[in-house]
Design a protein around this ligand. Sequence first.
Ligand SMILES: NC(=O)c1ccc[n+]([C@@H]2O[C@H](COP(=O)([O-])OP(=O)(O)OC[C@H]3O[C@@H](n4cnc5c(N)ncnc54)[C@H](OP(=O)(O)O)[C@@H]3O)[C@@H](O)[C@H]2O)c1
Length: 326
Amino acid sequence: MSGAVTSVPGMRAAYASATKPDEPLAALTVGDQPEPAPPAGWVTVDVRASTLNHHELWSLRGVGLPADRLPMILGCDASGVDPDGNEVVLHSVVEDPSDPRGFSLLSERHPGTLAERVAVPAANLVPKPAGISFLDAACLPTAWLTAWHMLTTRGRVADADAVLVQGAGGGVASAAVILAAALGKRVYATSRDATKRDRIATLGATALEPGARLPERVGVVIESVGAPTFEHSLKCSAPGARIVVCGATGGPFPKIDLRRVFMMQLEILGSTMGTAAELASLMDFLVEQNVRPVIDSTYGFTAVGEAFARLNSGEVFGKVAIDHLH
Ligand SMILES: NC(=O)c1ccc[n+]([C@@H]2O[C@H](COP(=O)([O-])OP(=O)(O)OC[C@H]3O[C@@H](n4cnc5c(N)ncnc54)[C@H](OP(=O)(O)O)[C@@H]3O)[C@@H](O)[C@H]2O)c1
C-alpha cells in the first residue's frame, strides 16, 4: 500500500489511485477524496461499518476498473445511517444502462463504501434489523447476498439434500457453508488449508481436502474458485444438480467433460449478487435462525491498509471488517 495522503479537502477514503495487475496493494491510497454529490433520487449515508471483498483486489489490479475511472473509492459493502437517522444496509447493485450487465456495483462506476460517506440511490437502502450489528450487517451486501442468491434462487437448494462448497475459507464460500447448514442441508466443503478445514468443521460442514471423494453426490455445488476445482465439482454432482458459479478466483478456464454435463443433465449456472428484496429476506433469515456472519478480523478505518493486506494474504477465514468510527 502506498499510504500516500492527498491534499484535496474532503472526507477520508480508501481508493484506487492507480491499477497494478501484479501488485494490487501498491495501487491503494488512503487519504482525502471529495464529499459525495448525490444526484436527484440519491441519498448520502454516513458509513458506520464496511467489509472488504475480493472485488477490491480485482479493482486494484485493473479488472473491471479502467484507468479513466481513477481515482475510485473502493468498497461494495456498508451499513450506516441515512439522512433521516434510519439504520440501513446498502444494496450495492446500481442500475446502469451504460454497463453491458445493466448494472454496476458501487466502486465500479460510482464511488464505493470505503469512505466516511457514500451516495446511493434511495431504493438501495434496506432497513437494518435492530438485532444485527452494524459490523455484521456490513458483511452481507456482497458475499452473503451472493451466497444466498446462489443457494436459494439460482441453485434451488430447497430441492436438494446435500451441498458442496469449494474453497470454503473465502467470504462467499464460508457464507454459503453457514447458510446451507442453517437451511438444514448436509454440507461438504473443501479448503486447501488444514486450519481452515478445522474451522469449517465447526460451522456444520464436513470439511475435505480439495478433490476428495464425497460419501454422496450433491444437488447443488457452490463454485467461486473455478479452474482448480471445477472438474471435482462436476464429478461430485448428482443427476440434475446445479453447479452455481459466481467467480473464478483460481482461474476462468476449467477442464469440462461435456459428456458428464449432458449424461447427468447438469445445470451450470452463472450468478451475480442478488436483489434488495433478497438482501432483506437474508437478514430476516439470519435473525430467525440467530445466525451471524463469521468475521475474520476487524480494523479501525485508520488501519484500512492493514485490512487490505490481510485480505490479500489468502489466509482470511470469513470477512475482513472495517469499523468506520475508529
Ligand atoms: N458474482 C458475484 O456476484 C460475486 C460476488 C462476490 C464474489 N465474487 C467472486 O467470487 C470469488 C470469491 O470472492 P470472495 O470475496 O469470497 O474471495 P475471498 O474471501 O478472497 O476467498 C477466495 C477463496 O477462494 C479459494 N481459492 C483462491 N484461490 C484458489 C486456488 N488457486 N485454488 C483453490 N482455491 C482457491 C480460497 O479458499 P481456500 O483457501 O479455503 O482453499 C479462498 O478462501 C472472487 O473471484 C470474487 O470476485 C463474485
